[in-house]
Design a binder for this molecule. Structure first.
Ligand code: PLP
Length: 403
């Protein structure tokens, strides 16, 4: 098995670190760090406006990054790829720019397991417009069915928001099937790809989604760069998000016309360094290959899952099959608060996450206050899982429980 950790300087700096919080943010390979540094050393200038060589280089670096994102997710045109700060901003952009697409009396449907970033923008849109926000419920296994979706849609449902992979369950939702159902109903589908795009091949045309949002920092790139894919026809209809430099065509005292896509949605000086880092991250992911990534992450998830199943008092949230957990296993331990669990893991240099994982409506739906989440990436290895399991086994004993 290749030692991918060798590419990630953090593991040389913290030799004892077991990093199992990749769903929150991934570590960064040297290839990404070097690309960003090279950009700032050799190509930095304000892009898109300068007519001198360095500015042209910065513009090329930025637009080449856009092209690499386009091809990575199978979009038809770079006009459909908007750089944002993160998945949250991408989702907010849609909700702010929905304009006439949602009105009083319309309905918005959101899956109950959504991250707050794919829920609060819709809650706010509903409040602003007088539309009604409804929920698609899942079962305890984290499964959503086509029957439930059909029953939840009405002729007034304008939009359905759902993640491809839940950041709590780690389960892959049947987006293509759901997109077909939505479109037959005249409903748009917004897909949150924050936890899928880094871990599996995602093709917007195969999925048939209208919008896809994701974050660079969860896929090896720096923080501060995210992506919104939107179908060109929809983006054309939407008004700008933020106003200012770069997003205009012509401005007078009384009004303005706006730039062509995608620049209409990218006001102000853009994050070229972040885009360059994302480009390098995509190149790196492609060089490892999704076949390897999926194989390795599935094997490590299955290993952790099977061990966890055997530990008394450990309760796994969601599906009772390892195959339905894609790199994410959320759990509780009877009698021990998730924050105590996280503190014990931290004392062993194992980084995991405790809390509601920005999915409070889901925790309310499941009837739990908070949970613990381990999430992995292809740079993890079997030793990481063993250290995680050894610590997990010790938790109740350390909290004073016998047996
Ligand atoms: C499923 C999902 N959606 C959206 C987000 C928000 O991502 P960001 O904080 O990068 O905007 C996250 C982050 O944890 C997530 O897991």
């Amino acid at each position: 098995m290749s030692d991918y950790k060798a590419d990630f300087p953090v593991f040389a700096a913290y030799k004892d670190l077991v990093y199992l919080d990749s769903a929150a943010t991934t570590q960064k390979p040297r290839q990404v760090l070097e690309a960003v540094e090279k950009y700032y050393r050799e190509e930095n200038a304000n892009p898109l406006r300068g007519l001198y060589e360095l500015s042209v280089k910065a513009t090329d670096a930025y637009e080449n990054a856009r092209e690499s994102v386009r091809s990575f997710i199978g979009a038809a045109s770079t006009r459909e790829i908007i750089f944002t700060r993160n998945a949250s901003e991408s989702l907010n952009l849609i909700s702010y720019c929905f304009g006439d697409l949602v009105r009083e009396g319309d309905e918005i449907l959101a899956a109950v397991s959504e991250h707050h970033s794919n829920f609060l923008p819709w809650q706010q849109l509903a409040k602003r417009t007088g539309a009604k926000l409804k929920f698609l419920e899942c079962d305890k296994q984290g499964e959503y069915t086509a029957d439930a979706l059909n029953a939840a849609l009405s002729p007034n449902t304008k939009l359905f928001a759902i993640a491809q992979v839940s950041n709590v369950f780690g389960r892959v939702n049947p987006i293509k099937e759901f997109a077909d159902i939505c479109h037959k109903n005249g409903t748009l589908i917004v897909c949150d790809g924050a936890q899928s795009v880094p871990h599996m091949p995602v093709d917007v045309h195969e999925l048939g989604v209208d919008f896809l949002a994701f974050s660079g920092h969860k896929m090896l790139a720096p923080m501060g760069v995210g992506v919104l894919y939107g179908r060109e026809e929809l983006l054309e209809k939407m008004p700008p998000f933020l106003y200012g430099g770069e997003m205009i065509e012509y401005v007078t005292r009384d009004g303005a016309t706006y730039a062509e896509l995608p620049h209409k949605f990218e006001a102000g000086t853009v994050n070229v360094g972040g885009a360059v880092g994302l480009h390098a991250a995509i190149d790196y992911i492609n060089s490892v290959g999704f076949e390897n990534i999926v194989r390795r992450e599935s094997a490590l998830t299955a290993l952790a899952y099977e061990y966890m199943k055997q530990i008394p008092h450990v309760n796994i949230i969601g599906a009772d099959s390892a195959a339905e957990h894609h790199g994410i296993i959320t759990f509780t331990v009877d009698g021990v608060h998730p924050h105590d669990i996280a503190a014990i893991f931290d004392s062993e240099n194992v980084a995991i996450r405790a809390g509601h994982h920005c999915a409070q409506p889901l925790h309310q739906h499941l009837g739990v206050q908070s949970t613990v989440r381990m999430s992995l990436a292809f740079y993890n290895d079997e030793q990481d899982i063993e250290r995680f399991i050894t610590t997990l086994k010790s938790i109740r004993g350390r909290m004073g429980y016998g047996g």
